[in-house]
Design a protein around this ligand. Structure first.
Ligand SMILES: CC(C)(COP(=O)(O)OP(=O)(O)OC[C@H]1O[C@@H](n2cnc3c(N)ncnc32)[C@H](O)[C@@H]1OP(=O)(O)O)[C@@H](O)C(=O)NCCC(=O)NCCS
Length: 183
């Protein structure tokens, strides 16, 4: 099957930041204040923020576009992934990750209109295939304890819980579960 994920480029930035703003609240606990979420989105998921992710070493933005086309001719982004090599996305989690080299999945988001249809699974397959090709031995991530859908998805695809971490969103501490997938 052809790869669904493609390396994002400048032309994707407006669509990516719109998708990120639409989907980030879905991963937040219901009690988290909407203004706190909006401030996080403005700081970390704007076009400018995504431009930085394209430029910063050891970061990679991958995008799945509508229509499942082969890259530039396809439509709007329907899913995206932000990868960060090693444990740099949260060094406090370093001790929980068993296998090296590892890559952190900092963001893994699918438009709600495409949940439950297998796109997320294909995106994860692409990430694991790309990572294996590079000699990466594990993928790790952290997701909110209340994000039961994402947790079910990750466990279903072989991730194992390694522990917990605290994730700060606008000064509010959120409890996340740390997961690792052995490749
Ligand atoms: C997490 C995400 C990528 C998973 O993609 P998806 O297409 O929804 O995944 P799937 O439908 O294949 O799997 C979800 C599983 O959770 C189950 N599920 C759905 N809603 C659920 C809920 N409220 N509680 C528990 N499980 C739930 C589904 O039934 C399915 O399990 P099953 O295949 O055993 O039936 C997608 O939901 C998403 O983008 N969510 C919003 C953003 C997010 O939370 N990203 C992760 C941040 S780390």
């Amino acid at each position: 099957m052809s790869e669904l994920l493609h390396v994002a480029h400048e032309a994707d930035l407006p669509g990516l930041s719109a998708l990120a703003a639409r989907t980030f609240p879905l991963a937040c606990p219901p009690e988290l204040d909407r203004e706190v979420i909006a401030a996080f989105v403005a700081e970390n998921l704007s076009e400018e923020a995504f431009r930085r992710y394209l430029e910063v070493p050891d970061h990679e933005v991958l995008v799945a576009r509508e229509g499942d086309g082969d890259g530039r001719d396809a439509g709007e982004p329907v899913g995206y992934v932000l990868l960060v090599a090693g444990t740099a996305m949260d060094p406090a989690c370093e001790g929980q990750i068993v296998h090296r080299p590892t890559t952190g999945i900092s963001k893994f988001y699918v438009h709600p209109g495409y949940h439950g249809v297998g796109i997320a699974a294909r995106m994860l397959d692409d990430v694991t295939r790309r990572s294996r090709r590079r000699g990466v031995r594990s993928l790790w991530l952290a997701t909110n304890v209340a994000n039961t859908r994402a947790r079910r998805f990750y466990v279903k695809h072989g991730f194992r819980a390694r522990g917990e971490r605290t994730f700060d969103v606008g000064g509010v501490a959120n409890a996340d579960v740390v997961y690792e997938l052995t490749l």
